[in-house]
Design a protein around this ligand. Structure first.
Ligand SMILES: Nc1ncnc2c1ncn2[C@@H]1O[C@H](COP(=O)(O)OP(=O)(O)O)[C@@H](O)[C@H]1O
Ligand SMILES: [Mg+2]
Length: 258
């Protein structure tokens, strides 16, 4: 199977308001798909709709070969176990320790002995660079970068094929954000993950994303590798990718591509 997520003509809204108005795109197996758009454009709404937390008004969403809105409860649960999610807000449970947070999805889905739960969670935390000394800390004792790493470890707890990340580097300083990008790239390669990542970090989009989807006016207005995105004439894409912050990176990218 080449396509892990296939969204067609998706319409999602709240009351009178239509947020997504005909969104179509595919995420291919093994790629890091970056998803970008203005603040409030509907990126998180799209993610939450794909994973079944918000209702579809029109259109179809197929994830891992199954159309979730048509699937039985049992089939939906089976699919849910095959993806991991790092949400934008409230990444961790504040009353649980680091290691308990990572164990949470394992407890929810599997019936494992305490020893095995500890072993698996330790491996995941090691993968994201959280040292044993920090495993029994509470989220309030962690830095922003560590919090995101623990949340990433938790999203990987069930060995997912597909990972959804909602602005994983927002709020991090540039160095921590760069380290996190590297980590995602390494994990994607070593674990063979497919990654759907919402981000407004231009560095991330240039450095780690294989393809990018641009959301504006409730639609995907550009989709493809960075070369394609840089050629888009949509006003939002132009101002974002060729504007004050994006311009220098775009110039560097185009020189490199020559
Ligand atoms: N549960 C909800 N009820 C009503 N409106 C919502 C809800 N969730 C999101 N919205 C609205 O949908 C729009 C898109 O939100 P969101 O997807 O969170 O934006 P972003 O692209 O910044 O992630 C916003 O205007 C937001 O206020
Ligand atoms: Mg959001």
């Amino acid at each position: 199977m080449d396509t892990l997520i296939s969204v067609r003509d998706l319409v999602v809204g709240f009351g009178q308001r239509t947020v997504l108005n005909g969104v179509s795109f595919d995420v291919r197996q093994g790629e890091i798909f970056g998803f970008v758009g203005g603040s409030g454009s509907g990126k998180s709404v799209l993610l939450r709709t794909i994973i079944g937390l918000l209702p579809v008004r029109e259109g179809t969403i197929e994830v891992l070969g199954t159309e979730l809105s048509q699937a039985s409860e049992q089939a939906r649960q089976a699919i849910q176990r095959r993806w991991g999610v790092l949400f934008q807000q409230g990444a961790l449970f504040s009353s649980l320790t680091v290691i308990q947070n990572v164990q949470f999805p394992l407890r929810e889905f599997l019936n494992l002995s305490p020893g095995l739960l500890d072993d698996i969670a330790r491996v995941k935390l090691e993968m994201v660079g959280i040292k044993a000394d920090d495993h029994n800390k509470l989220p309030s004792e962690l830095s922003g970068g560590m919090t995101k790493r623990v949340a990433l470890a938790r999203s990987l707890a069930m060995d997912p094929e597909l990972v959804f990340l909602d602005e994983p580097t927002s709020g991090l300083d540039p160095i921590s954000a760069g380290d996190f990008d590297e980590l995602i790239k390494t994990l994607q390669k070593t674990l063979g993950l497919t990654v759907f990542m919402i981000t407004h970090d231009l560095e991330t989009l240039h450095a780690v994303c294989d393809r990018i989807g641009v959301l504006a006016d409730g639609k995907i207005v550009a989709c493809g590798p960075m070369e394609t995105i840089l050629k888009s004439t949509h006003p939002w894409a132009v101002s974002y990718f060729h504007g004050r912050r994006g311009g220098a990176l775009a110039a560097r990218h185009l020189t490199k591509a020559e």
